[in-house]
Design a binder for this molecule. Structure first.
Ligand code: TRP
Length: 721
């Protein structure tokens, strides 16, 4: 039976082993791990041999299906948890398999597969072992000899994929279990699988896979055994194996003395992890699931650097890709909101916003971006309004990654809206310039020349000028460069680092082992300004501050704040109305000139109108590049009108033309091919005029802002009154 093991299989001291093996309950010392308490392993109540045998088989099945390395000092012991039985539950029992600290050492990531699949795979593997009539050998041996067996077996199974493989591995696994001090239960009369008909896993009582902060992963299985009715005495007798392949000379080593091997010693055995075909299938399921999840995460949130393939795929199709730096394809905002789990802004919420802003006489009207649904989604805006209604203080937080010298119209959107919010709520505002982020993601280093970190810092100063030119209130606005200000936020950054795992960050942003560690660390830096206590002087706040945060941003920034909101409660006092969570109000993307998909990009000069463009540039770009939803011929246009949805000029007018009546008229006429604005040319003319005015006014304000003035806006000072 065990002759397949490539060692000298001589008979061994059956009697010694039988004593150990036959014990219904027994202790197993864990003498080599001094810190660990002595623990009891083995069946807790007298255990029928069939159950004990099934237990052995299942443990092997679990290890071989999940790819646990059983022959190693720090995980083998975890296979040796007791078997629990209730008196009276004849053929049933429950046991756990430790999967190791911190998420388990298994090859199959249990977080990626449905429990049902795990259950089915383990059950299938166990029943396959039964069907193959695997012999089970129990013997005693010295650690040295065992190691030899283990390594020889691993080597032989690796070199010859024969049918003997399973038998070998099972035998060795059990040998290891036994050797490590497990009291092998009274399986002897059944220790040949042909005495069992089937093992059924009744349920997976618990799979506590390591999640954030959780230390141990464990799989608990409740199972039932059916015995083979026609198991003959003969067969049963034949499998009372205690001697197995262990060298008899060393059998005096007590099986109750646990000796564990170092992972290094067991390397050869451990190298063959997925020993069961069911495990390979399960791994595939897990990997497919993981890939699907990753794809979803990529589509939703991954930074462009990590998603070249996803982005490339989206190039050929019109597929939606919304990542922190990459937005492509036709954006389905309803789907996006669903994917992200935010909430659409409805009429009731608009009305509430109206009451608290326009109703207070601070602004003449809701911003056109709200009226026209450009800011369309939110998180906890309703809760925030409830708080501010009751006079809870709030502040606004937004930011910009300074990546290019000159900002374009798309960059202006959040700031134009934030300026309105500042007026509407009479609120302090902090603006984060993430020069660190841009360097981490796009920075360069050259031997000799060094890196370009300063370049991004300089962009911060340039971009700050454009931001100031949007008309914020100096007394209530603080603009900061991360490179300069990060010290004040550092305590909160450290707290966020502690609260968020690498798994979470890589899951949300799609980083992997090859991402520089700055990428993994940065999300905490963008999260930190969501807490008033990151601004001890500026907002005069500490941890106890009740001040709520509202973040206006494009929806591609949402992942940062999803992460933030998850850990927010750890950074504020219990009394905070939102448990520290920032509220969010999300905008859609500003469409590029070439078509109403994706978002405007600074890298393609023709897709954007820059704030530095001349009136002629503006005219030329729009005439030449603005995608038209108009018809091909005059007759058709007169007859059918333009498709406003895809017409960039019309869409841009929706963003920038303040007058609702005029916009409505343009929409009606252009959409029907009638009246003054019947044609693309006419609409483009109107847009050119609007943008020329806007850009000229912006340039004029910007020109007046000196370096000293920029410095003043970036000086730490109180902005609350
Ligand atoms: N990551 C943003 C960008 O690349 C910049 C940013 C930092 C931001 N903090 C923010 C944007 C808060 C919106 C809100 O542009």
């Amino acid at each position: 039976m065990s002759s397949l093991l490539p060692i000298d299989a001589t008979a061994s001291a059956a009697a010694t082993s039988a004593a150990t093996i036959g014990a219904a309950t027994s202790t197993a010392a864990t003498s080599t791990a001094p810190k660990k308490k002595e623990r009891v392993v083995g069946p807790t109540v007298p255990c029928p041999p069939a159950v004990a045998t099934a237990w052995l088989i299942l443990r092997v099945a679990v290890a071989d299906v999940l790819g646990l390395a059983p022959a190693c000092q720090d995980c083998t012991v975890s296979l040796l948890q007791p078997l629990w039985r209730k008196p009276g539950m004849a053929g049933q029992a429950k046991f756990s398999v430790g999967l190791g600290k911190k998420g388990g050492r298994g090859v199959v990531d249990l977080q990626c597969v449905d429990q049902v699949f795990v259950l089915e795979a383990v059950q299938a593997a166990a029943n396959r072992l039964i069907a193959e009539q695997i012999d089970i050998d129990c013997w005693e041996t010295t650690p040295e000899d065992l190691l030899e067996i283990v390594n020889a077996t691993a080597a032989s199974t690796a070199s010859s994929a024969t049918t003997s493989k399973n038998k070998n591995t099972v035998a060795v696994t059990l040998a290891v279990l036994h050797e490590h001090g497990a009291a092998v239960p009274p399986a002897l009369p059944y220790a040949n699988t042909n005495a069992l008909a089937a093992i059924e896993i009744l349920n997976m009582a618990r799979v506590s896979v390591v999640q954030t902060g959780q230390r141990k992963a464990e799989l608990t299985l409740m199972f039932a055994v059916t015995e083979q009715q026609d198991a003959t005495e003969e067969k049963v007798a034949a499998v009372c194996v205690v001697n197995g392949p262990g060298p008899p000379s060393s059998s005096s080593t007590s099986a109750t003395t646990a000796v564990r091997h170092t992972p290094k010693q067991c390397a050869a055995w451990n190298a063959t992890k997925l020993r069961a075909p069911e495990g390979a299938a399960l791994l595939q399921t897990a990997q497919a699931h993981q890939a699907a999840q990753k794809e979803a995460a990529a589509a939703a949130t991954t930074l462009s650097a990590e998603t070249t393939t996803a982005a490339a795929a989206a190039d050929d199709a019109d597929e939606m890709v919304v990542t922190i730096e990459d937005v492509k394809g036709k954006i389905d905002y309803t789907k996006l909101v669903e994917q992200f789990g935010s909430t659409l802004i409805d009429d009731a919420l608009q009305q509430r916003l109206y009451d608290q802003t326009v109703g207070q006489g601070r602004v003449p009207a809701l911003h056109r971006f709200l009226r026209r649904g450009m800011f369309f989604s939110h998180r906890d805006l309703d809760t925030l309004l409830g708080a501010t209604e009751k006079k809870t203080p709030m502040y606004l937080y937004t930011g910009r990654g300074p990546s290019s010298d000159s900002m374009h119209l798309g960059h202006l959107i959040p700031f134009l809206f934030t300026k309105w919010l500042q007026d509407a709520f009479d609120a302090p505002l902090v603006i984060q310039m993430t020069d660190d982020e841009k360097f981490i993601f796009k920075g360069e280093y050259e031997d000799g020349a060094g890196d370009n970190l300063n370049h991004f810092y300089n962009l911060t100063m340039e971009n700050a000028r454009d931001i100031i030119a949007c008309g914020f209130d100096y007394k209530k606005t603080f603009i900061f460069s991360d490179l300069e200000y990060v010290g004040q936020m550092y305590p909160n950054i450290v707290r966020i680092w502690k609260a968020v795992t690498t798994n979470t960050v890589t899951g949300i942003f799609g980083f992997d082992g090859s991402s520089n560690i700055g990428k993994v660390a940065f999300p905490a830096v963008q999260a930190a300004p969501s807490f008033a206590s990151s601004f001890p002087k500026v907002l005069e706040a500490d941890r106890d501050s009740p001040r709520c945060c509202l973040i206006p941003c494009a929806i591609d920034q949402d992942p940062y704040f999803r992460m933030t909101r998850d850990v927010a409660h750890k950074l504020v006092s219990k009394k905070h109305v939102l448990s520290g969570k920032p509220s969010l109000i999300h905008s859609k993307f500003f469409p590029p000139l070439q078509g109403a998909t994706g978002k405007m990009s600074s890298s393609d000069a023709n897709s954007a109108i820059f704030l530095t463009d001349s009136p002629e540039d503006i005219e030329r770009k729009i005439k030449k590049h603005a995608f038209s939803g108009g018809q091909a011929t005059t007759e058709e246009q007169r007859e059918r009108g333009a498709d406003l949805e895809v017409d960039v000029s019309y869409q841009w007018l929706r963003f920038f033309l303040e007058d609702d009546d005029e916009l409505e008229r343009i929409g009606k006429e252009y959409g029907s091919g009638q009246g003054e604005y019947w044609s693309t040319g006419k609409v483009k003319e109107r847009l050119i005029a609007v943008l020329q005015d806007l850009v000229a006014a912006h340039k004029e304000r910007r020109a007046k802002i000196t370096d000293e003035e920029v410095r003043r806006w970036m000086t730490e000072r109180s902005i609350v009154t």
